[in-house]
Design a protein around this ligand. Structure first.
Ligand code: GUN
Ligand code: ZN
Length: 446
């Protein structure tokens, strides 16, 4: 069955290499209906007058004064770190040790994992996030819990077992099964493969091979992860890199044969398309070229980087060399589930670059980085027949948000003054939060 929604519409022109240009229709119509597989996708989008003439019999839901926009894509978020938000530390490593690892230990309990998954998925949806690439913990039960909850909400969720076989508290490392001759490292790889078989490609779920970061994996674990990545080329890879100076020094000391911290991942076969590396702050141009040449993408996590004092993603460097990136909350290093807060954080980070590199991020570019740009980084932009999210072009899965630009007195006052699309988008980026998201609509299977 077809359905249509009348409102102002925001979406992005098909990409031509660079960031997508925003399109806006003051009085628009979005028509959704099933594709050949029964998945609800966008059938048509454009001016209400024109599109409604082509679909005269389709029932229309009208949202006067509202804006329909693509559901947001969070490129990097930690499901077990909801309770860690706002935990102050001198920097990344003490933050991990004092706050993050103790909380993640609790996910050994399937019931704790299940209730945390229910909250986490609801919180993402409440904030307009309809697709996410998320870390779970080193316990398979945490992965099952998140997949099960995302499946029940029909959310597009990619997650995986956190691989960590050294340099973390013993009760958080991957574990061998009792009375087995298989060691913990090998077991973590077997568990990952079993989770791929059970969940990858089921409904809207995807698996990500998830070494936490190089310092908490042995060579054997990274090698095994790379072998899995080669065996399952359409599975994702996620990890962290070049976030913090102490972390980098540690990684360099542990893997001295690699040219750089990033190159360690390449040396173990963990850089390719569908590999997403969080942070990517302290790079040189060889690292940037490695990202570009392998097709890996960066999950830029501005609120986390500002909160933990990690540094500033170099947008000018990324664009000069030409690798892909998108936006991420990185909760709980990140301070908010709201894509508006993340986009504002990215603007501040871009301003830092502006002081030295003449770069300032436009609101369209910020919004694109959290929707169509992030989807492209994931390989979910409809190229080569894959699914497409993060946009409302015909064929995209029909995940969208209904924004109320009058949601607060200040938003109402400010958005009413907007004289251009950029002014309107900036007002929402700067003043917006979960109150701006009136409704989140997820693509339904028929
Ligand atoms: N590096 C390794 N683990 C983590 C984590 O949980 N959060 C962040 N921000 N960086 C990491
Ligand atoms: Zn992270």
């Amino acid at each position: 069955m077809m359905r249509a929604y009348r409102a102002s519409l925001l979406w992005f022109a098909p990409h031509s290499g660079g960031p997508g240009r925003a399109l806006f229709e003051e009085d628009g119509l979005l028509v959704v209906g099933p594709d050949a597989n029964g998945v609800q996708v966008v059938q048509a989008i454009g001016p209400w007058r024109e599109v409604s003439a082509s679909y005269p019999t389709v029932a229309v839901t009208h949202f006067p004064g509202r804006i329909i926009a693509p559901g947001f894509v969070d490129l990097h978020v930690h499901f077990p770190q909801t309770n860690v938000i706002g935990s102050p530390a001198e920097g990344l490593l003490p933050w991990l040790e004092n706050y993050t690892f103790p909380e993640e230990k609790r996910f050994e309990d399937p019931e704790y994992s299940a209730q945390a998954a229910t909250f986490f998925v609801a919180e993402l949806l409440r904030n307009g996030v309809t697709s996410a690439l998320a870390f779970a913990t080193s316990h398979p039960q945490s992965v099952h819990a998140l997949f099960a909850e995302a499946q029940s909400q029909r959310m597009r969720m990619i997650t995986g077992l956190c691989l960590m076989d050294r340099h973390a508290p013993a009760d958080l490392l991957n574990r061998a099964t009792a009375n087995s001759t298989v060691d913990a490292t090998e077991q973590s790889l077997l568990d990952s493969e079993a989770l791929i078989a059970q969940w990858h490609g089921k409904d809207r779920l995807g698996y990500a091979i998830t070494p936490r970061f190089a310092p908490t994996s042995t060579d054997a674990q990274l090698r095994g992860a790379g072998e899995l990545a080669a065996k399952y080329p359409d599975v994702w890879i996620q990890s962290h890199v070049a976030e913090n100076k102490d972390e980098i020094a540690w990684a360099r000391a542990l893997f001295p044969a690699s040219r750089s911290y990033l190159a360690t991942y390449a040396d173990f076969g963990l850089m390719r398309k569908r590999a997403i590396y969080a942070h990517c702050i302290h790079f040189d141009d060889d690292d940037r070229a490695l990202m570009r040449d392998t097709g890996a993408a960066a999950a830029v996590s501005p609120t986390s980087n500002l909160f933990l004092g990690s540094g500033f993603f170099d947008y000018a460097g990324a664009d000069r060399v030409g690798f892909q990136y998108g936006l991420a909350s990185d909760v709980g290093g990140g301070t908010s589930f709201s894509p508006f807060h993340t986009m504002l954080g990215a603007y501040y980070v871009g301003r830092e670059g502006h002081a030295t590199q003449g770069l300032s991020l436009s609101p369209q570019h910020l919004w694109w980085q959290h929707t169509a740009g992030a989807a492209r980084a994931l390989g979910l932009d409809g190229e080569q027949g894959q699914a497409a999210v993060g946009n409302l072009l015909p064929g995209c899965e029909a995940d969208f948000v209904v924004l109320n630009p009058k949601a607060t007195p200040l938003l109402a006052r400010k958005t009413a003054l907007a004289n251009s699309l950029d002014e309107l988008l900036f007002s929402m980026i700067v003043l917006g939060d979960d109150r701006l998201i009136e409704k989140t609509v997820i693509s339904q299977a028929i």
